[in-house]
Write a protein that binds this ligand. Structure first.
Ligand SMILES: Nc1nc2c([nH]c(=O)n2[C@H]2C[C@H](O)[C@@H](COP(=O)(O)OP(=O)(O)OP(=O)(O)O)O2)c(=O)[nH]1
Length: 136
Protein backbone atom coordinates (compact mmCIF):
# COMPACT_ATOMS: atom_id res chain seq x y z
CA UNK A 1 0.00 0.00 0.00
CA UNK A 2 1.12 3.54 -0.69
CA UNK A 3 2.56 5.29 2.35
CA UNK A 4 0.81 8.63 2.77
CA UNK A 5 2.51 11.57 4.45
CA UNK A 6 0.04 14.23 5.62
CA UNK A 7 0.94 17.89 5.76
CA UNK A 8 -1.19 20.50 7.53
CA UNK A 9 -1.94 24.07 6.51
CA UNK A 10 -3.05 25.53 9.85
CA UNK A 11 -4.79 28.81 9.10
CA UNK A 12 -5.56 31.71 11.40
CA UNK A 13 -6.60 35.25 10.46
CA UNK A 14 -5.37 35.06 6.89
CA UNK A 15 -2.05 33.42 7.72
CA UNK A 16 -0.71 29.87 7.49
CA UNK A 17 1.79 28.24 9.85
CA UNK A 18 5.19 27.14 8.51
CA UNK A 19 7.80 25.22 10.47
CA UNK A 20 11.53 25.06 9.86
CA UNK A 21 13.23 21.67 9.72
CA UNK A 22 16.19 21.04 12.01
CA UNK A 23 17.21 17.74 10.32
CA UNK A 24 18.31 15.88 8.23
CA UNK A 25 21.12 18.22 7.22
CA UNK A 26 20.01 18.32 3.56
CA UNK A 27 16.62 19.73 4.65
CA UNK A 28 17.74 21.74 7.71
CA UNK A 29 16.72 25.37 7.41
CA UNK A 30 14.01 24.65 4.82
CA UNK A 31 10.36 25.15 5.75
CA UNK A 32 7.49 22.66 5.62
CA UNK A 33 4.00 22.06 6.91
CA UNK A 34 3.46 20.19 10.18
CA UNK A 35 2.72 16.51 9.57
CA UNK A 36 4.27 13.13 9.00
CA UNK A 37 3.59 9.54 8.06
CA UNK A 38 0.10 8.12 8.53
CA UNK A 39 0.35 5.05 10.79
CA UNK A 40 -1.22 1.67 9.89
CA UNK A 41 -4.96 1.74 10.64
CA UNK A 42 -4.95 5.49 11.25
CA UNK A 43 -7.09 7.91 9.19
CA UNK A 44 -5.35 10.80 7.47
CA UNK A 45 -7.34 13.29 9.58
CA UNK A 46 -6.29 11.51 12.80
CA UNK A 47 -2.66 11.63 11.66
CA UNK A 48 -2.96 15.39 11.13
CA UNK A 49 -4.31 15.86 14.67
CA UNK A 50 -1.64 13.57 16.20
CA UNK A 51 1.27 15.18 14.37
CA UNK A 52 0.16 18.72 15.27
CA UNK A 53 -0.04 17.71 18.93
CA UNK A 54 3.42 16.06 18.80
CA UNK A 55 5.17 18.76 16.78
CA UNK A 56 3.45 21.93 17.95
CA UNK A 57 1.67 21.09 21.22
CA UNK A 58 -1.70 22.26 19.87
CA UNK A 59 -5.05 20.66 19.02
CA UNK A 60 -6.35 21.23 15.50
CA UNK A 61 -9.60 20.59 13.69
CA UNK A 62 -9.01 19.31 10.15
CA UNK A 63 -10.69 20.90 7.13
CA UNK A 64 -10.53 20.00 3.46
CA UNK A 65 -7.76 18.40 1.41
CA UNK A 66 -6.25 20.88 -1.03
CA UNK A 67 -3.88 20.73 -3.97
CA UNK A 68 -2.37 17.75 -5.75
CA UNK A 69 -0.96 14.50 -4.37
CA UNK A 70 2.80 14.94 -4.55
CA UNK A 71 5.08 11.93 -5.09
CA UNK A 72 8.00 11.67 -2.60
CA UNK A 73 11.00 9.36 -2.50
CA UNK A 74 10.52 5.66 -1.69
CA UNK A 75 7.00 5.59 -3.20
CA UNK A 76 5.52 7.84 -0.48
CA UNK A 77 2.95 10.49 -1.40
CA UNK A 78 2.30 13.85 0.26
CA UNK A 79 -1.24 15.24 0.81
CA UNK A 80 -2.10 18.64 2.28
CA UNK A 81 -5.06 19.32 4.60
CA UNK A 82 -6.28 22.64 5.90
CA UNK A 83 -6.85 22.94 9.64
CA UNK A 84 -7.74 25.48 12.30
CA UNK A 85 -6.68 25.70 15.95
CA UNK A 86 -9.31 24.36 18.36
CA UNK A 87 -8.28 27.18 20.73
CA UNK A 88 -7.42 30.07 18.46
CA UNK A 89 -5.45 31.78 21.23
CA UNK A 90 -3.13 28.76 21.62
CA UNK A 91 0.36 29.50 20.31
CA UNK A 92 2.04 26.61 18.43
CA UNK A 93 5.61 25.96 19.59
CA UNK A 94 8.48 24.26 17.73
CA UNK A 95 8.90 21.02 19.71
CA UNK A 96 11.07 19.12 17.17
CA UNK A 97 11.75 21.93 14.71
CA UNK A 98 14.01 25.00 14.67
CA UNK A 99 11.21 27.56 14.43
CA UNK A 100 7.60 28.19 13.49
CA UNK A 101 6.14 31.28 11.86
CA UNK A 102 2.82 32.59 10.54
CA UNK A 103 2.96 33.50 6.86
CA UNK A 104 0.50 35.78 5.03
CA UNK A 105 -0.82 34.98 1.53
CA UNK A 106 1.53 37.49 -0.10
CA UNK A 107 4.62 35.98 1.57
CA UNK A 108 3.95 32.30 0.82
CA UNK A 109 6.01 32.28 -2.40
CA UNK A 110 9.06 33.79 -0.64
CA UNK A 111 9.46 31.00 1.93
CA UNK A 112 12.21 28.43 1.16
CA UNK A 113 9.88 25.42 1.35
CA UNK A 114 10.93 21.80 0.82
CA UNK A 115 10.78 21.07 -2.92
CA UNK A 116 7.71 18.82 -2.72
CA UNK A 117 5.68 21.59 -1.04
CA UNK A 118 6.02 23.97 -3.99
CA UNK A 119 3.22 22.10 -5.81
CA UNK A 120 0.74 23.22 -3.09
CA UNK A 121 1.50 26.92 -3.20
CA UNK A 122 -1.03 28.13 -5.84
CA UNK A 123 -4.02 26.42 -4.17
CA UNK A 124 -2.76 27.32 -0.71
CA UNK A 125 -2.29 31.01 -1.54
CA UNK A 126 -5.84 31.23 -2.85
CA UNK A 127 -7.33 29.62 0.24
CA UNK A 128 -5.26 31.75 2.65
CA UNK A 129 -6.41 34.87 0.74
CA UNK A 130 -10.03 33.79 1.20
CA UNK A 131 -9.38 33.19 4.91
CA UNK A 132 -8.06 36.75 5.21
CA UNK A 133 -11.30 38.08 3.68
CA UNK A 134 -13.51 36.05 6.05
CA UNK A 135 -11.30 36.46 9.18
CA UNK A 136 -9.62 39.85 8.82
N1 LIG B 1 5.70 16.71 7.57
C1 LIG B 1 6.04 17.06 6.35
N2 LIG B 1 6.84 16.24 5.62
C2 LIG B 1 7.18 16.64 4.39
C3 LIG B 1 6.71 17.87 3.85
N3 LIG B 1 7.23 18.00 2.60
C4 LIG B 1 7.99 16.91 2.36
O1 LIG B 1 8.62 16.66 1.34
N4 LIG B 1 7.96 16.08 3.47
C5 LIG B 1 8.65 14.79 3.55
C6 LIG B 1 9.85 14.79 4.47
C7 LIG B 1 9.96 13.32 4.85
O2 LIG B 1 10.66 12.62 3.84
C8 LIG B 1 8.53 12.83 4.83
C9 LIG B 1 7.92 12.66 6.21
O3 LIG B 1 8.56 13.49 7.07
P1 LIG B 1 8.43 13.50 8.66
O4 LIG B 1 9.79 13.42 9.21
O5 LIG B 1 7.61 14.69 9.05
O6 LIG B 1 7.56 12.21 8.98
P2 LIG B 1 7.52 11.34 10.31
O7 LIG B 1 7.47 12.27 11.49
O8 LIG B 1 6.41 10.37 10.18
O9 LIG B 1 8.92 10.63 10.18
P3 LIG B 1 9.69 9.76 11.24
O10 LIG B 1 9.76 10.61 12.47
O11 LIG B 1 8.89 8.51 11.36
O12 LIG B 1 11.01 9.58 10.55
O13 LIG B 1 7.81 13.79 4.06
C10 LIG B 1 5.87 18.70 4.62
O14 LIG B 1 5.44 19.80 4.22
N5 LIG B 1 5.57 18.24 5.87
Amino acid sequence: MTQVVVATAIMRNGQVLAQQRAFPSADAGRWEFPGGRVEPGESEEAAVVRECREELGVDVKTGQRIGPEVPLRNGMVLRLYTATLVDENAEPVAVEHSAVKWVGAGEIDDVPWLDADLAFLPDLTEIVRKDRRTNP
